[in-house]
Write a protein that binds this ligand. Structure first.
Ligand SMILES: COCCOc1ccc2cc1OCC(=O)N(C)CCCNCc1c[nH]c3ncnc(c13)N2
Length: 272
């Protein structure tokens, strides 16, 4: 394909719109097919009124800028975008298997076997290494924002909160607090290692079925995060517990670098 994905000016008339794939805060995602090529895409429709009302226009611009230049097997492609008076349309890679969250709820006991979890964590670590090389920290790694391709391979989507490093969070928090790192809870500036913390929270959630620091009260969740107060069920293997212990570390500098995650024994235990 061409270098920049924006050579051609797209418009809604280029597409047949299919079923809705999901509902997001700023708009919905639909299946769509480009009429000439018959290429199937996902079309995320954002309402300008909502985007401007929530003052996230600069964020949407940044996410379009970031994602349109990324090329990685575990990062959802943004092929292009266009807008009309009321809406912004993102032309995205279609992930036929939907969100990891939906797949998680379909599992017995709502948790994945260790082998499957290690495959997801390895894919995510390699995508994060790529993002960090581009000075992008993602910060919103959670099952709702991870999609599955036609071979069940993991794809990071929804870069709504990704920022250029280093950065201190400027916005009120929205969505779940379960994935917040200690440095974000205490409002300190955070670096790429926030993604390593989130990788640990995700690994725990995929293995156990719920997030490590979940609590009814947000204040309690913050306390648990800062005190590293989480329990590991006894069905979690020693090797998995070892890796979790290297990711869920309060001090950002002491978290296991992503390159080391890629070669950790638990990640490669299932190599046949
Ligand atoms: C500012 O926005 C940046 C891009 O964010 C997204 C890109 C693609 C997305 C979802 C994105 O954000 C999250 C979101 O809108 N939902 C939670 C709605 C439904 C979840 N997806 C369902 C889904 C199923 N098969 C898919 N194939 C491709 N993309 C999909 C989906 N969703």
């Amino acid at each position: 394909g061409s270098g920049s994905s924006q050579k051609k000016a797209w418009s809604l008339s280029n597409f047949d719109i299919g079923r809705m794939l999901g509902r997001g805060k700023f708009g919905n995602v639909y299946m769509a097919r480009e009429k000439e090529s018959k290429f199937v895409v996902a079309l995320k429709v954002l309402f300008k009124k909502q985007v401007f009302a929530d003052n996230v226009e600069h964020q949407v611009r940044r996410e379009i800028e970031i994602q349109s230049h990324l090329r990685h097997p575990h990062i959802l492609r943004l092929y292009g975008y266009f807008h009309d008076n009321e809406r912004i349309y993102l032309i995205l890679e279609y992930a036929p298997e939907g969100t990891l969250f939906k797949e998680l709820t379909k599992q017995p006991n709502r948790r994945f076997p260790e082998k499957q979890t290690s495959i997801y964590i390895k894919s995510l670590a390699s995508a994060l290494i790529y993002l960090h090389e581009k000075e992008v920290i993602h910060r919103d790694i959670k099952p709702e924002n991870l999609l599955l391709g036609h071979k069940g391979e993991l794809k990071i989507a929804d870069f709504g909160w990704s920022v250029q490093e280093p950065n201190s969070r400027r916005h009120t928090l929205c969505g779940t607090v379960d994935y917040l790192s200690p440095e974000m809870v205490s409002g300190k500036t955070h670096t790429k290692s926030v993604d390593i913390w989130c990788l640990g929270v995700l690994m725990y959630e995929l293995l156990v079925g719920y997030a490590p620091f979940v609590d009814r009260e947000i204040k309690e969740t913050y306390k648990k995060i800062l005190k590293l107060d989480y329990k590991l069920p006894d069905y979690v293997s020693k090797a998995a517990a070892h890796l979790l212990g290297k990711l869920l570390v309060v001090n950002p500098e002491e978290r296991l670098p992503l390159e080391r995650v890629m070669i950790h024994p638990w990640i490669n235990a299932h190599k046949n």
